[in-house]
Design a protein around this ligand. Sequence first.
Ligand code: GDG
Length: 496
Amino acid sequence: MAEQEPQHPRSRVIIVSNRLPIVVLKDKNGGWRVESSSGGLVTAMAPVLKNRGGLWIGWAGANVTEDANIDALIEQATKDSGYRLKQVYLTAEEVEKHYKGFSNEILWPLFHDFVPYCNFNPEYWTFYEKVNRKFAKTVHDNSSGKDFIWIHDYHLIGVAKELREMGNESRLGFFLHIPFPPLDIFLKLPWRFQILRLLMEYDLIGFQTLRDRRNFVQCVRTLLKEVVIRGKGQVIRMTTENREVRVGAFPISIDYNEFLNVAKTEEVANDAWYIHENLPNVKIILGVDRLDYSKGIIEKLNAYRNALIRYPELQEKVILAQILVPSRRSIPMYASLKEEIEQLVGEINGQFTLSGWVPIYYRFKNLDRKELVAHYRTAEILLVTPSKDGMNLVSKEYCASNIEENGVVIVSEFAGVAAQFQKNAILVNPYDIKGVADAIYKAYTMTPEERRFHMKKLRQSIRKINIYWWVNSFLLAAIAKRLDNFPIIEDYVPNE
Ligand code: GDG
């Protein structure tokens, strides 16, 4: 598919996501400052929004109080970008019960297979509906009724139903960035019928992988008997009494060229050199993870310890550079996970450190983009072991930034990216501590030729299936007459 905006649908595009792509900050004098944030989604959507006079609707973040009159500032922030931003204001209670509550204490853990972490507080559901209605109202007030409205992620599943009830006749698409769980897990959700019915209000639903799509199909087939399911391949059709819903798998990606260009800069080259200079004579095994229990960080640390014990020649020859990115710290579970990780890092360092060598270099920090890319560019091995991950963009960014093409990727079978990377990365089951340790050793001992061969292939694949490809295929799936010619990315199935 071409790297340009598809010609259809020609209607205006409205993006709706929980967070707007901006950061709102209060300065020392009590005034407000708005900065636009970057990221793959923003970069990819910008041309589409710009060419169609588009609009992005979302929450501006917890810093913004009701009395803050920041609409003009938000307008200013995107003055030159050619599209508009519109904020949805949420009260503290709404943030608590919709964002932290239903979204991150129910849907996030459940959809990542962490059922015991769910807090099925019935009050959260009321707020989920209420906040979805609030988003829908802002969308409706700013829509002509003939737009293509693209809603993102688990916080906002209910927006389509509300828009339909308001009489909005726009075409509605939804993309789920996180995994969709298998039937037996989904059934635990007290609002399982409601959530499925909310999804069936869309014209197009996108998942990251065929596996997520299959899980969804199985839930619909089992619970909503009236729905007729037709087609096979990457995009299929489901018919209800009211509409045809198209359901597809669209693996999200990154702006390959953007990472490539940053990686090539002199500043990044210098930073990369500096990182290695400070960690001399070792191969760097890099981990970059948001602080989250789904990222398998404890399992990774245990596997690394196992590798140092079972392959003692790794000692003084490798270092695990683990960057932990602060996230959702106001949720108690995340604060205790941080403590657990830091305790284990301390234990491992205490157990193995020798004069001149510390096995784990650990940072709890949000790195700036250049520093992050410098780490990607210089690390010999990437180790990402989520117990479940919708896609995992870190592993794609690592490959795009690895311009010397000498890196090795070790990635979890349970990340969406496993399907695309299966032939050229080392895939691991993060729960298999010895297996992950063996993978570390295998990566360490790989020949330069093998590393180059696989990294080239990974880079080719990401260059082609990039973020523009993703946006295009999603928008095309909404309008294409034929659905049988979307390329298929088969899921990874382990071999014995
Ligand atoms: C969700 C799904 C899915 C990381 N550290 C820093 C930093 N990052 C940026 C990376 C990357 C993003 O954060 C992380 O993306 P992931 O995909 O790895 O994971 P989630 O945040 O959990 O994202 C995931 C994704 O949505 C997209 O659909 O792939 O499965 O869970 O872009 O670059 N950015 C900066 N400093 C850091 O230290 N600036």
